[in-house]
Each structure stands twice: as C-alpha cells, then as structure tokens.
Design a protein around this ligand. Structure first.
Ligand SMILES: Cc1cc2nc3c(=O)[nH]c(=O)nc-3n(C[C@H](O)[C@H](O)[C@H](O)COP(=O)(O)OP(=O)(O)OC[C@H]3O[C@@H](n4cnc5c(N)ncnc54)[C@H](O)[C@@H]3O)c2cc1C
Length: 236
C-alpha cells in the first residue's frame, strides 16, 4: 500500500498538456472497514477479516462506508472534458475563471489522432481518419486556434472585458484548471461510467489516470473489489 505522503502532490500527465494532481486524501481501506464495523460498535480485526468485509460491502452495495474516504484533485483538461466531468453532481468544484485570468496562446488541446464517427453509436467514435487527412486537419485546427487567439488579444487590446473577449476563443478546446473533491463511493461511480468503452476518450484518459495512479495505490482492497464486482460485472 502506498503511503499517503508518496501520493500527495503527485502529478500525472494526461493528453497533450493536461494533468491530474492529488492534492489531498482522507482515509484508507481500513477507514471503510472501521466505518462499517461501527454498526456493531467494533473496530478492525486485522488482515483477511477486514479485506473480506470490504469485499462484502462493495459486493452488496453497502455504499456509505466508502463515503468515509475523500480525494481532492487539481485537474487541467480541455472544456470538452470539464463539461462532462462537471455533470457529476456529487463532486465539489472550484474552477479557473476566464473573467479573471486571461487565456494564453497555448491553452488549446490538439488531439494526436482524429477519430472517425462510429457507425452504430451516434455519441461515439471508432477507428481513425488516414494519416494525411489527420495531418491536414491538425494544421487547420492550429491555424484556427491562432486566428481565434489573435482576435481575442485584439479585443482585449481595444479594452473589451475578458468575459466577452473570450467569445473569440474556440471554446471546446480550451484548457481549464479546477480543484475538485469527491468521496470514494462517488469516485467509483464516476470511474465506472467514465472508464467505460462508451465514454469519450478525452475524459476516459483522466478517469484511467485517477484509477491507476491514485485510487489503486491509495485503496488497494477497494480497487480489487471494484475490478471484481463492478468492472468485471460480477455482482451476485
Ligand atoms: C456515455 C455517457 C453519455 C452521456 N450522454 C449525455 C447526454 O447526451 N446528455 C446529457 O445531458 N448527459 C449525458 N451524460 C451525463 C449523464 O446523464 C450524467 O449526468 C452523468 O454521467 C453524471 O452521472 P450521475 O448523475 O450518475 O452522477 P452524479 O451526479 O455524481 O450522481 C451520483 C448518483 O447520485 C444520485 N443523484 C445525484 N443527484 C441526484 C438527484 N438530483 N436526484 C436523484 N439522484 C441523484 C444518483 O443515483 C446518481 O447516479 C452522459 C454520460 C455518459 C457516461
């Protein structure tokens, strides 16, 4: 089990210039077990009995003990990711303000590949466009960013407020930074939705980073039970 100190402040790079950083964490697998044992005013019995209880809780969706653990992250991601993440009402957020902080020239997301529209799912993508077409699209996208940013700066230069000048910026691609806090139960729910194959790639990579680099080392028993009963769909 990684210690809290090893994980605190750790930053994982995601996409071309995004990241997730763990700012704080409260609790561990034992905190979940001990919260459940309060039902009969008991405490940890140690080792296997604790792990067995945690697996029982997750399998039977006895979810409130998992709410005793909390994670706080600082995230930098494009608006397309923020937009989907912010739909999760059980998370707390504080986000950067484009009214307050001017955007920079390189605050835009440029994908490495261009995915094709999926045939069977109107919300999804599949495969990639060919390399030449992809390179042409990337050149055009960058030119579009440069044009939008030049207009933004022009508007600021003539005295337009930041809150309106940003209308010139390609909104979905802008990188935003926010701080967010969630308990382990609702984090698992988020991960089950956003690590799924039908989630958009630009949020799936953040969910995977959180799972692999933060949740798994911080809560190894919970991660093992989650893989068994949720990801592999083995609810009894
Ligand atoms: C693949 C995918 C496609 C999506 N497509 C769309 C789309 O086209 N349009 C769109 O608008 N959204 C879309 N969403 C967003 C989706 O509808 C949810 O808003 C989002 O995933 C948050 O899920 P949640 O409400 O379960 O999570 P949270 O908001 O974190 O809530 C967690 C759980 O708490 C409970 N809860 C929270 N708030 C309430 C409440 N007010 N009342 C009752 N129970 C509550 C629910 O049980 C909920 O599952 C999509 C999500 C995914 C994963």
């Amino acid at each position: 089990m990684s210690t809290k100190n090893e994980l605190l402040g750790k930053r994982v790079e995601v996409l071309d210039q995004g990241w997730v950083e763990l700012q704080d964490i409260m609790g561990d697998d034992l905190a979940i077990v001990n919260a459940a044992r309060v039902s009969f005013l008991g405490e940890s019995k140690g080792g296997e009995a604790d792990k067995k209880l945690l697996f029982y809780l997750l399998r039977h969706r006895h979810t409130s003990p998992f709410e005793m653990v909390e994670f706080k992250f600082r995230v930098r991601a494009p608006v397309i990711t923020w937009w989907q993440w912010a739909r999760h009402r059980t998370w707390n957020f504080n986000a950067q303000s484009g009214r307050y902080t001017p955007f920079q020239e390189n605050d835009f997301y440029t994908p490495q590949v261009w995915r094709k529209q999926a045939k069977d799912n109107k919300q999804a993508s599949e495969g990639q466009v060919d390399r030449q077409t992809g390179e042409e699209l990337t050149r055009e996208l960058i030119a579009h960013y440069e044009k939008g940013f030049a207009l933004y700066e022009q508007a600021l230069a003539v005295g337009v407020a930041r809150e309106q000048a940003r209308l010139f910026l390609p909104g979905f691609s802008l990188y935003y930074t926010w701080v967010t806090k969630v308990d382990a139960h609702n984090l698992l729910h988020f991960l089950s939705l956003r690590m799924a194959p039908d989630a958009q790639e630009e949020i799936r990579v953040y969910a995977q980073a959180i799972y692999e680099h933060f949740l798994k080392p911080a809560l190894p028993w919970t991660a093992e039970a989650f893989e068994k009963y949720v990801l592999n769909n083995q609810y009894a």
